[in-house]
Design a protein. Structure first.
Length: 117
């Protein structure tokens, strides 16, 4: 499965972006579709995940601002990011896991999100 992210870019603090992740195969076969991010000099961290059955989870730092969703018919996962802050600046990666959300089987190539103050 190939994952291709899009929608990144430069935005001012307080603005919004919507990231998309298009999969080359069926995403319904994965237990978890998620978004991770990695800022310069920091470890990659889980931002949001959509679990089969409808459950979603979020890092504390993005709760109330980011929303993850997926469209199984389009094999696409989305990350709506509102009220963006400079500390959200990072490369955002789409990820697919067959079992556990933190045991990623496939990664996308990443898309840069830069939030200016």
């Amino acid at each position: 499965v190939q994952l291709v992210e899009s929608g990144g870019g430069l935005v001012q603090a307080g603005g919004s972006l919507r990231l998309s992740c298009a999969a080359s195969g069926s995403i319904s076969s994965f237990n978890a579709m998620s978004w991770y991010r990695q800022a310069p000099g920091k470890q990659r961290e889980l931002v949001a995940g959509a679990i089969n059955g409808g459950k979603t989870l979020y890092a504390d730092s993005v709760k109330g601002r980011f929303t993850v969703s997926k469209d199984n018919a389009k094999n696409t996962v989305y990350l709506q990011m509102n009220s963006l802050k400079p500390k959200d600046t990072a490369i955002y990666y789409c990820a697919a896991a067959k079992i556990l959300i933190n045991r990623v089987d496939y990664w996308g190539q990443g898309t840069q999100v830069t939030v200016s103050s």
